[in-house]
Ligand binder design. Sequence first.
Ligand SMILES: [Zn+2]
Ligand SMILES: [Zn+2]
Length: 394
Amino acid sequence: MKAELHYCEVDDLRPQIPELTRIRQHIHQHPEMAYEEIQTARLVADKLRGWGFAVTEGVGETGVVGTLTVGSGKSIGIRADMDALPLTEQTGLPYASVYQGKMHACGHDGHTTMLLGAAEYLARTRNFNGTVHLYFQPAEEKGFDSGAQRMVKDGLFERFPCDAVFGLHNHPGEAPGTFVFRRGPFMSASDKVAITLKGVGGHAARPHLTVDPIVVASSIVMALQTIVARNINPVETAVVTVGLLQAGVANNVISNSAYMELSIRSFSTQVRQQLQERIEALVHAQAASYGATAEIDYMAGYPVIDNDDAETEFALQVARELVGDEQVIAHADQLMSSEDFAYMLEQRPGCFLRLGNGVGEDGCMVHNPAYDFNDKNLPIGAAYWARLVERYLN
Ligand SMILES: [Zn+2]
Ligand SMILES: [Zn+2]
């Protein structure tokens, strides 16, 4: 442990830029999807081991945990996600994905590399007192049975306990190096509902002998619109979207059944519960009123990203020290997208933050085949994680 008080600056990471860029672009070129992150996990494990971390592989399937202890003190956990998406890349970059239908279109290649950059720096300088656990997780994009969930189920916080946990996501729409925060509920819970309606099919010219599921489904679509408008408190936020509706095969046939899928977003447990109750009640009552039946499969997706006040204040302070007030947004708007880091935040106090990826021409949205992580963030994100650890374990 060094005695002097120097906390990591972005300039301290500049010598690592060529190496970090090489790692990021290598991972980008070889994307792996949920629970297939074999090569990526191996790269992460080999690097961490080489720098002197204790490494545990296979946590939550393909997750990797790197642990480094210096002295004795508190412990901190930092998470990065490693998985790619089922898209075919259209960037034309020299390091574009070599696989059809697999692409790092959400910047998880950058998240992994920034945390590796911090790991190398922390192992080399050892300017902290305590234990740092780096959680490299699989399958963030999976939606259900995701990587954070499996790592938590695999005993992540019992085997590698931390006092607080932090994570970040890149953020198109803000300049690189701009840090984005919000206390409390930041990103929404996301649930999925599958509904199968059973009627009585028959001839289109003899509707009186049928129970037409298309009429039932249409009625349900309209009834669902009243939930946000009439049941949810107007000061709360919720989304009920019917994203899929399938029924029928021909104009002269009344179908036997119809199928619908809904996407549901909310920012509080109470609203989330109320949405489920109202959707189930409306769908069953509407179906019954026409003599049809409904089967509802209500699938709980990621919970709300609910940032703790103290940890958010701390993470915000570290960002201000690193890049200055003008590059920090302290009170961002809520986001309707969701993140499985929420499962980790359910277990430990912590903060999920965002880091600008670019504006204008560089502002391409994530999950777009033209997206690329902005390498300008590599030294900034790495320095941020390193400084956060040094400040937390000082
Ligand atoms: Zn994504
Ligand atoms: Zn993502």
